[in-house]
Ligand binder design. Structure first.
Ligand code: CA
Length: 500
């Protein structure tokens, strides 16, 4: 067995009596006395924004199961995605590379099976591996390399009675997708021999639209009034043209009502009942409720998965990582619904890791970490060298109080290559702990500079005559990061710098 080497064998292979600690913290002594690597359980939701859990500050969501991961591990409050879109973000998690490096820079690109992925590398190291749920990648319907078990839908799939490719056989299943995915994962984990580590990669369809609530949650939050975010009525003044258009289109009626005062706002809301216009707040609120009702299915499933780990007595030996593929707008910035733009709501996702052997419980980490960091981090925990092409950085030192822990001082966001639709942002952004510079590159549009400390909602674009030096410095920083990462869009940012 490649990875369940006995302690005696490990000691012997060094030719001398190695201290157990020198073998690295990624090994632990199993119940049978053998040394082995941790299991890895990856839980990915779809279109879940950061503040949708009780542990991340949602006003009424109750998510005790997901919260228990945070209590037992670490919550990253600045966990970002390198590109806020379904397939590209999944590819970042899998490959540890930016979209321009792994080749998945929009939803319409078929997976390159030569790309080294985290599950593939774990498989080569002796892990029993499974992919269960959403894979996406231009509706790629093939079995992918590196897995012992495969159960995935084409593209988005369906919430109800989904059709899945299970190890090469297309099967019509009955039930709700979140529950089916969890059932398959539990069944798989029960089958893995206890002396083999596993990697289970779960991609929930929840909570991507159109929203079909999870069974048992159809009436959740029905009595709760959901209010739009503060920037719902913004006209996006000072922002790029596509955002000004979206803001105007979505909220002309709402802004008028807001100006007219609360009574007029209520009257407008009442008058708009049944109107399919996006400014219809009643319809907006019900859509929000339905998305949360989908998410509650994932909350139930996390409870079942954690119970299985307890039942199998492997909770301490399993790294559980929970995240979302991209953030999501819930009406911010003039009524935006979705993702892709470079604002915080779209970049930031929940990221929670639990591994009782090495990660102290109850931690909060505000360092900037990203989806591209996952693969090198898990390899680090498992004692496997990350391939050179991986661009993320292991956050194991950050989560384990290592004296070598270093923090990013800037993060590059790249929403580039998603398509020619003028309503789709083509932007590069550099985010520091304090500031964010967003460049719309194709077509060129106004630059955006935000002070995240004084303006966390990114409402006031500071780019202009008084901030030219600061913008230029941030462009230079962006370019340095892009050159380091081998970003092919460097000439566009160089041209932008020349214009500054
Ligand atoms: Ca998504």
């Amino acid at each position: 067995m490649a990875n369940a080497t006995t302690r005696r064998e490990l000691l012997r292979c060094g030719g001398q009596a190695l201290a157990l600690a020198s073998l690295g913290p990624f090994f632990h002594v199993g119940r049978a006395g053998e040394l082995r690597r941790p299991n890895f359980l990856f839980l990915l939701t779809d279109d879940q924004s950061y503040a949708t859990l009780s542990c991340t500050g949602h006003p009424f969501m109750k998510t005790p199961n997901i919260d228990s991961l945070r209590r037992g591990g670490v919550l990253f409050t600045n966990g970002f995605v390198a590109m806020s879109l379904c397939a590209p973000s999944r590819a970042c998690f899998l490959s540890g590379q930016y979209p321009f490096s792994n080749g998945i820079y929009n939803n319409q690109i078929r997976w390159n099976q030569q790309t080294q992925t985290l599950p593939m590398l774990l498989h080569e190291a002796g892990y029993t591996t499974a992919h269960i749920g959403k894979f996406h990648m231009d509706g790629d319907d093939r079995l992918q390399p590196g897995y012992d078990y495969w159960a995935a839908q084409i593209g988005q799939g369906q919430y109800l009675d989904p059709r899945k490719n299970i190890n090469g056989t297309w099967t019509d299943l009955k039930g709700y997708d979140t529950n089916i995915v969890t059932d398959q994962a539990i069944e798989f984990m029960r089958r893995v021999p206890r002396d083999k580590p596993f990697c289970v990669w779960i991609g929930y369809k929840a909570c991507h639209g159109p929203f079909t609530p999870a069974p048992g949650h159809e009436r959740d939050f029905a009595d709760i009034e959901i209010k739009p975010p503060a920037s719902y009525y913004s006209d996006n003044a000072g922002k790029p043209a596509r955002l000004r258009q979206k803001g105007n289109r979505a909220n002309a009626a709402g802004r008028k009502a807001a100006k007219a005062g609360e009574a007029a706002k209520k009257a407008t809301r009442k008058a708009a009942g049944g109107n399919p216009d996006p400014s219809n707040l009643k319809e907006w609120a019900e859509r929000e409720r339905n998305q949360l009702r989908c998410l509650m299915g994932a909350e139930d499933s996390v409870g079942r998965l954690l119970a299985l780990l307890e039942e199998r007595k492997i909770a301490d030996d399993t790294i559980v990582f929970y995240s979302g593929d991209n953030g999501f707008f819930h009406g911010e910035h003039g009524g935006l619904h979705g993702k892709m733009e470079a604002y915080e709501e779209s970049l930031r996702v929940p990221m929670i890791a639990r591994y009782p052997r090495l990660i102290k419980p109850g931690q909060t980490c505000d360092a900037m970490v990203a989806n591209v960091d996952l693969a090198p981090t898990i390899l680090d925990f498992c004692g496997i060298l990350a391939p050179r092409q991986m661009q993320g950085r292991s956050w194991r030192p950050l989560a384990t109080d290592s004296p070598n822990a270093s923090r990013r001082d800037c993060f590059l966001y790249s929403m580039y290559g998603a398509g020619a639709d003028p309503q789709t942002p083509t932007v590069k952004a550099i985010r520091t702990n304090r500031y964010k510079l967003i460049l719309s590159l194709n077509p060129a549009d106004v630059e955006e500079l935000y002070d995240l400390k004084s303006d966390p909602q990114e409402m006031k674009n500071l780019a202009g005559a008084g901030t030219q030096d600061q913008v230029r410095k941030l462009k230079e920083r962006m370019l340095a990061e892009m050159r380091e990462l081998g970003d092919p869009a460097v000439p566009l940012v160089e041209a932008s710098l020349k214009r500054s």
